[in-house]
Design a protein around this ligand. Structure first.
Ligand SMILES: Cc1cc2nc3c(=O)[nH]c(=O)nc-3n(C[C@H](O)[C@H](O)[C@H](O)COP(=O)(O)OP(=O)(O)OC[C@H]3O[C@@H](n4cnc5c(N)ncnc54)[C@H](O)[C@@H]3O)c2cc1C
Length: 339
């Protein structure tokens, strides 16, 4: 169970009120803590976002182990083993991921389980929490101590501080709030996990992933996002893609652009899309609805191009250009290419 302890207002959404401070370093009870960080991998490649889960696990203090499952996991496990301060990497098979994880959590007597708040983490950890009879603690942005966590609620309009009295804290983290660790000279042991061999109740049929040569939206240092102002998919591609290439940026989109078919829904930024916090976020033809801001307001520099000087996006933008995007963006792209 967790209880709502405190509520405060976040930084950009409603002016400048202090967010709850994260506690850096370890906690006094750290000797009693042990955290299992759940790592994502694809074809033996560790998902870079997993390294944020390690960062949160290390911030909790105590022993940190990593857990990775799937086919061809050995390469990903060896990569994870290089993270300094991690003692052990447990690998296992994917078919029955939640029961598999639960068996390993029970065996390792972990006090905390941490995963990224990604499609993978959001799918898996609530199942794990249910099987452990614990309450899931979602999308945390800071750790106050080993049982108190900070998380945005109401699309980021309020910040809740929650305290959990569950024996195992099952947590997903907002990756933009925890700087990723880099695999270095660590040498964690890679061990085989317990495999309960539960009968799978679902069968894997296939997956259809959006592929792109551009940087990944979730981890890119620059993002250019287009909105309904782009008017059509052809115009979205004609205006936004050259801008993204000139900047070496990932492409994002508002929900209106996605719903209108201008961009793939894997590119949606916002409350019901991805949460990003790049060095530069450029919003083109996006009005700045609160649900969009929930996904990008923590970006370091926000730039906006909109023909409406009163568009709400300008209230959060560090740099704004009022004008017709069909004129301004190609002009900017040409300047970037020739600089
Ligand atoms: C439960 C819920 C969840 C939601 N989740 C999300 C989410 O995750 N992400 C998200 O983005 N939205 C989300 N929304 C939708 C959100 O409320 C807005 O409807 C959406 O963000 C609007 O997208 P937009 O800014 O592209 O379109 P609009 O609001 O229509 O804005 C278009 C902008 O383009 C400008 N423009 C038009 N033509 C030009 C031009 N030629 N040159 C320059 N500027 C121009 C206009 O001035 C305007 O500001 C959600 C809504 C709900 C209710």
């Amino acid at each position: 169970m967790y209880a709502l302890a405190r509520c405060s207002l976040p930084r950009r959404a409603v002016g400048l009120l202090s967010p709850v401070n994260a506690v850096h370093g370890t906690f006094t009870r750290s000797r009693l803590l042990s955290t299992l960080a759940i790592l994502e991998q694809r074809d033996g490649q560790l998902n870079q976002g997993s390294l944020n889960a390690f960062a949160a696990a290390k911030q909790l203090g105590g022993t940190v182990h990593g857990f990775v499952a799937g086919s061809n996991v050995s390469a990903a496990a060896q990569e994870a083993a290089k993270v300094e301060g991690v003692e052990q990497i447990i690998k296992g098979l994917p078919e029955t991921y939640a029961p598999l994880l639960v068996e390993n959590i029970k065996k390792g007597k972990y006090t905390h389980v941490v995963a990224g708040h990604t499609a993978f983490g959001k799918n898996l950890l609530p199942r794990v929490a249910a099987l452990l009879d614990c309450q899931q603690i979602s999308d945390i942005t800071a750790i106050e101590n080993d049982k108190t966590f900070v998380r945005p609620i109401y699309a980021g309009n309020a910040i809740a501080t929650v305290e959990s009295s569950d024996s195992v804290k099952v947590i997903t983290i907002r990756s933009t709030a925890f700087a990723a660790v880099t695999p270095g000279s660590g040498s964690a042991a890679v061990v085989d996990g317990v495999d309960p061999k539960a009968d799978p109740s679902a069968e894997w049929v296939s997956e259809d992933l959006a592929k792109s040569d551009r940087p990944d939206l979730g981890t890119a240092s620059k993002v250019v996002s287009g909105g309904r102002g782009l008017k059509s998919k052809d115009d979205f591609d004609k205006v936004m893609l050259p801008l993204a290439d000139a900047l070496g940026a990932a492409v994002g989109a508002s929900r209106a652009a996605v719903d209108s078919g201008y961009a793939d829904n894997s590119l949606q930024v916002g409350q019901t899309g991805k949460v990003v916090a790049p060095e530069l976020y450029m919003a083109v033809g996006i009005s700045g609805a609160i649900q969009h801001l929930a996904g990008m307001k923590d970006s370091k520099v926000i730039a906006a191009i909109n023909k409406d000087a009163d568009a709400p996006i300008f209230q959060v933008a560090d740099v704004g250009l009022v004008g017709d995007l069909f004129e301004k963006v190609p002009e900017l792209t040409e300047k970037l290419k020739s600089s």
